[in-house]
Design a binder for this molecule. Structure first.
Ligand code: NDP
Length: 509
């Protein structure tokens, strides 16, 4: 992000506006409003390093307005609306999202640099998340608890209230769907703060919500900086819950900041997921998955299998196959159909990735391929890096322990199931894991011992609206997706009704 331009400059087409796509308004209470204490900020296209859009950023006062609007909508139409009606509105929203998906993909690619072939496939599926959560909106039933004839006891599921959704830049619209879908289905209202690097698509989402007829204030979108706008949202006493995807360090800051108001939190944080390949695996298929899960999203996804654990007899073959496949990865301009891998999403992430590549070398890992920034010709000002492979990695090295978030695979050898499990679990993270084997017994034995929120066997990164997703250990709190996602947005009220109306006098004797 560059410094904020003056609002009037941008709105009036003055300096700094040349050729930029303009988003001069926030979406609050069903209206498009200029920021009160924010400004207009340029969003950088990571493939060129130059601005491509000028976007309204809100400040704390804008968050105050958005929270008031969300509260009003919560107390007003939304929480009281019959679930079936909420579902119908969400289905309409899902249809509009589906119809706009191709354009949304282009916008996400401009903002995040993710290759268009990836954003197209990804975003084309998002409407199914919204549809699926819509289908849950009228099924928020509690249960009856049998005790005895003297009481009738039951639970009711009630929406938690106003939700602050704080999203990252790597997969902005997917992580948004994972929060906005279940929150709205549960009867909550939302203030969405997208990442500073990728604000555009969230504002387009607001437009779809408006067109779908969601009541004013049900979804509010306030782009802004995390340390200021995001922090104000977290501390706000009118917000009941924060749903966050991002870095663990940020989650800890959010927890401290939100402690005073004892909000609810759900966190989807990082990963250093083991992708385990046993010698009895179908190696061709395993390589398809292992290379894809090393380099997709330019390595910028918490779900990727950045630690590739390989049984020693096939270790050299796997390293060779990684090197060969790296030559087939087409790094290029992200809007071109042929491109497999675009740039890193922003300059800081590029610097972080390159610094980890240096760390890997210094730690004594063997750089098999890649490792350099690509900055010749059309790549000159973009944030491109080569697909990178380190062999001879051991699990004590920082490149095996810390989340790089770049297209860097670390290949680690192991001997037998016990060692595979020990290495896989020797991490503070616990988000995902993959394992490849031809032995169904081993598939069960090993997957049952892995400390991760999701384990894939003979596949990888299979994620749907209905599959719960979230982390053990420091990878997060709570689950997104699946019916479990609703737990993040609902409180349980237990009601106990006496059928006799009698209550003993404690002081009779
Ligand atoms: P952050 O955790 O800082 O950002 C995620 C979101 O949180 C953004 O919207 C950000 O706003 C906001 N935020 C930042 N600070 C605060 C705060 N104090 N209060 C409220 N909201 C805040 O991640 P980064 O963008 O800095 O990425 C750093 C690293 O985090 C990556 O290299 C990667 O390792 C990891 N990461 C993991 C993700 C995942 O999917 N689990 C996603 C993204 C990153 P703003 O954009 O202004 O900073």
């Amino acid at each position: 992000m560059k410094d904020a331009l003056s609002v009037t400059d941008t709105l009036n087409g003055g300096p700094g506006d040349g050729g930029l796509r303009r988003y001069p308004h926030l979406f609050i209470g069903g209206e498009w409003v200029a920021p009160v204490d924010g400004g207009i900020v340029e969003s950088i296209d990571p493939s060129t390093g130059h601005p491509w859009a000028a976007v309204a950023f809100g400040g704390p006062k804008d968050i105050d307005r958005a929270v008031s609007a969300a509260r009003e909508a919560f107390e007003g139409p939304w929480r009281r609306m019959p679930g079936a009606e909420r579902a119908a509105l969400l289905r309409r929203f899902a249809e509009l999202y589906r119809d706009f998906a191709a354009e949304m993909a282009v916008l996400e690619t401009r903002d995040s640099g993710r290759a268009i072939r990836e954003t197209r496939a990804d975003i084309a599926a998002h409407y199914q998340w919204y549809q699926w959560f819509a289908s849950l909106a009228d099924k928020l039933s509690g249960r009856t608890i049998p005790i005895d004839d003297a009481v009738h006891c039951f639970t009711t599921r009630v929406p938690v209230g106003v939700v602050g959704a704080i999203t990252p830049w790597n997969a902005p619209m997917l992580t948004t769907a994972w929060k906005v879908g279940p929150a709205l289905a549960a009867g909550c209202t939302v203030v969405l703060k997208p990442a500073e690097q990728t604000p555009v698509t969230a504002l387009e989402l607001a437009r779809l919500a408006q067109e779908a007829g969601l009541p004013p204030g049900v979804l509010n979108v306030v782009p802004g900086y995390g340390h200021d706008t995001g922090a104000h949202l977290v501390a706000h006493p009118g917000v009941n819950k924060i749903a966050f995807t991002g870095e663990g360090r940020t989650a800890k800051a959010i927890l401290r900041n939100g402690a005073e108001t004892l909000k609810r939190f759900s966190f989807e944080l990082g990963g250093k997921s083991p992708h385990i390949i046993f010698k009895d695996a179908d190696l061709e298929q395993a390589m398809n998955a292992a290379t894809s899960s090393a380099w997709s999203v330019c390595g910028q996804s918490c779900a990727l299998g950045s630690r590739v654990l390989v049984e020693r007899p096939i270790y050299d073959r796997v390293v060779e196959a990684f090197a060969e496949r790296a030559t087939r990865v087409r790094v290029g301009m992200p809007l071109e159909d042929a491109t497999h891998m675009g740039p890193q999403a922003h300059a800081e992430q590029l610097a972080k990735t390159l610094s980890y590549i240096d760390i890997g070398r210094e730690e004594g890992a063997q750089l098999v391929t890649g490792g350099r920034r690509l900055d010749a010709g059309a790549f000159a000002d973009g944030f491109f890096v080569e697909p990178t492979v380190f062999a001879g990695v051991n699990n004590r090295m920082r490149i095996a322990r810390e989340e790089i978030f770049g297209p860097v695979a670390s290949i680690i050898p192991f001997d037998g199931e016990d060692e595979a499990v020990a290495i896989a679990n020797d991490t503070t993270y616990g988000l995902c894991a993959g394992l490849w084997t031809g032995d169904v017994g081993r598939a069960h034995r090993v997957s049952a011992r892995i400390e991760a929120g999701i384990v894939w066997v003979n596949t990888y990164r299979y994620i749907r609206w209905s599959t719960p997703y979230g982390g053990f250990k420091s990878s997060g709190w709570g689950r997104e997706n699946g019916i479990e996602a609703l737990d993040n947005y609902l409180e349980t009220r237990t009601t106990v009704i006496s059928t006799t109306g009698r209550f003993p006098d404690s002081y009779a004797q």
